[in-house]
Write a protein that binds this ligand. Structure first.
Ligand code: NDP
Length: 317
């Protein structure tokens, strides 16, 4: 059985390749070609939890599980808030074939999933990117987004201004001009694409700030009790999700807005994989606001992890 480290993951799986892999995986998911039992979250106390995410793919024909410890305070110790491992099994005889670092795969595949959605749903001439949050996800969303649209200006906002400044310092020089801004509103106003990647339990993006033509990726809130956008925001957008079952059970902004009567039950237009394969229209007009809700899908972890394993086997450098 292969053991694969985060260094190997980052060395072997460039973001641009990961974006294509995730897009193909989400098409397979939407066609029912993946086995995705609901994930479970085991609370560990002190705000920590363990996520248990099983799944199986038809192509490559593997099954496996991501086990991920969610420790929100870890970045203060210089560690990823997502510590985990992805175990891959051979579906032919059931043998385990690899254990792959989960933090790196999670970071890469999540940013790749958002970038794929941005490529499909944002206006092709998008120039201004706003990132709300300046943690590990934000770090990966920036380079992933720079590969799919000709961004010239990037604004980053986070709760702690010094962290936004540190983000700017980490990413300079970059293909785009990056600056830290003092409020989420300042970041979002006039941006073509807005990414929310925070651990905030409550809305940090308000519908009244949204402007015609924007595309929004909602990434941070991955449990039903959290949300990053208010009712008006979700009501204003053409709203797509990674999986219908996951969104109905765990998309906090959808569940809350539905309860409040701000949206109807059919507000979810469908799964992003159907937009990718052309069976569901995405953006209809340059003035549409489009929203992609990312909850994270085990199929993305398995596909990305398998690709790394395959590249190790082929000695790809
Ligand atoms: P980090 O801990 O590295 O960064 C967290 C960010 O959220 C920081 O910018 C932090 O601000 C901000 N933040 C934390 N608490 C609050 C709050 N109460 N209000 C406003 N901002 C807050 O985490 P990651 O970047 O790894 O993950 C970000 C989010 O994305 C998490 O919620 C995580 O669960 C989620 N996630 C989603 C995935 C998906 O598939 N959709 C996959 C992986 C993660 P500050 O500057 O103050 O530190």
């Amino acid at each position: 059985m292969q053991l694969i480290s985060s260094d190997q993951v980052y060395a072997l799986l460039p973001t641009v390749d990961c974006i294509d892999i995730i897009e193909a995986t989400m098409i397979a998911v939407s066609r029912g070609e993946a086995n995705l039992p609901p994930r479970s979250i085991m609370p560990l106390g002190n705000g920590n939890a363990m996520g248990i995410m099983p799944g199986g793919l038809a192509e490559p024909h593997i099954h496996g599980i991501k086990l991920v410890s969610l420790y929100p305070e870890n970045p203060k110790l210089g560690l990823s808030s997502h510590q985990g491992i992805i175990l891959l099994f051979n579906t032919r005889d059931g043998r385990p074939i690899a254990a792959i670092d989960g933090a790196s795969v999670t970071a890469l595949r999540t940013a790749a999933a958002s970038a794929a959605a941005t490529r499909a749903l944002s206006r092709a001439n998008s120039r201004v990117l706003a990132i709300l949050g300046a943690g590990e996800q934000a770090d990966h969303h920036l380079p992933a987004h720079l590969t799919v649209r000709p961004f010239e200006e990037v604004r980053v906002w986070t709760r702690t201004f010094a962290n936004a400044e540190a983000f700017v310092a980490r990413h300079a020089p970059s293909a785009a001009s990056i600056r830290a801004v003092a409020s989420a509103q300042e970041a979002a106003r006039g941006a073509d694409v807005v990414v929310t990647a925070t651990a905030s339990p409550t809305a940090i993006l308000q519908g009244e700030w949204l402007e015609a033509g924007q595309h929004i990726n909602l990434v941070g809130a991955s449990v039903a009790s959290a949300r990053e956008i208010d009712d008006e925001g979700i009501a204003r957008g053409r709203y797509f999700v990674d999986t219908l079952a996951g969104a109905k059970a765990q998309a906090g902004e959808y569940i809350d807005a539905l309860k409040a009567g701000a949206i109807a039950g059919d507000h979810i237009l469908g799964e992003i994989g159907r937009v990718y394969d052309g069976t569901l229209p995405g953006r209809l007009d340059d003035r549409d606001v489009t929203i992609y809700k990312s909850l994270g899908v085990a199929a993305q972890d398995l596909a990305a992890a398998y690709e790394v394993l395959d590249r190790v086997g082929r000695n790809v450098t």
